[in-house]
Design a protein around this ligand. Structure first.
Ligand SMILES: [Fe+2]
Length: 254
């Protein structure tokens, strides 16, 4: 069973993955947390956050917090799959070993933790996913390049072109889309200022939003899950909405 939840931000939002939260959200969806086999984080996973050694087994953190989080996640009885957000150490992500999974390649963080690549299709437990990712950090002036924000937080033009080529090959139909920020149609459900065309264009200054909009025009899908906006509006509206923004809440896909 797949469980999808929002941003983790390294240790900051660990409670999203606590037994209590998983048990409750699964129970409220008539399921059991014990059935979770793959848990998806919708970006801002935040591990690794600090630079460290990498080999074919994944990362070997020396930073106390990264080490603690890795150890805690390693004890989870399921696989953790992370979409890439804006708050990720992309210099480290680029060093991670690729492993074949779900009909494609993932990037190995550790024995049960992997990043899903941006712009790629995956087949997880019989369901098809198009994975996007990234967003533009709005607080860069308070952050330091290559320490707390990374230029690769946005998909490059080349990555976007490759994604569109893959869509051409795969076809425009998919079960689910996963991303960090949303397309404007999804964002406008949680940001009422989007109703004003002036603000709408402001949100679309983010290259990731503009690319998501393009994908939204091209693709046919059941639901689009995204994080970034730190709201679980999507959980409350899961039965009726096509767009599911999530934070602490989780959605079960059986
Ligand atoms: Fe976030």
């Amino acid at each position: 069973m797949i469980y999808i939840t929002g941003d983790l931000h390294n240790t900051i939002d660990m409670k999203s993955l606590s037994i209590k939260k998983l048990r409750n959200y699964c129970y409220w969806q008539q399921s059991s947390h014990e059935k979770i086999t793959n848990l998806i984080i919708l970006g801002d996973f935040g591990l690794p956050w600090c630079d460290c050694a990498v080999d074919e087994e994944g990362i070997h953190p020396t930073d106390k917090q990264d080490k603690y989080l890795l150890n805690w996640l390693n004890q989870k009885p399921f696989t953790i799959l992370a979409v890439m957000g804006n708050h990720e150490n992309y210099n480290m992500i680029e060093k991670l070993p690729e492993v074949e999974m779900f009909g494609n390649r993932t990037l190995k963080v550790s024995k049960n933790i992997f990043f899903l690549k941006r712009g790629h299709f995956y087949n997880i437990e019989g369901k098809s996913f198009l994975v996007l990712g990234g967003a533009e950090s709005q607080d860069k002036e308070f952050r330091k390049l290559n320490v707390s924000y990374w230029e690769q937080e946005l998909m490059s033009d080349e990555e976007e072109i490759s994604c569109l080529k893959r869509i051409e090959e795969h076809g425009t139909q998919v079960d689910y889309i996963l991303s960090h920020t949303g397309p404007i149609e999804g964002i406008s459900l949680v940001e009422s200022s989007c109703d004003d065309p002036k603000y709408r264009e402001l949100y679309r200054k983010d290259k990731a939003v503009r690319f998501n909009d393009k994908i939204n025009e091209i693709m046919t899908y059941k639901k689009w899950f995204f994080g970034h906006w730190h709201t679980s509006w999507g959980y409350d509206n899961r039965k009726t909405s096509k767009f599911i923004p999530l934070y602490y809440a989780g959605i079960v896909l059986e």
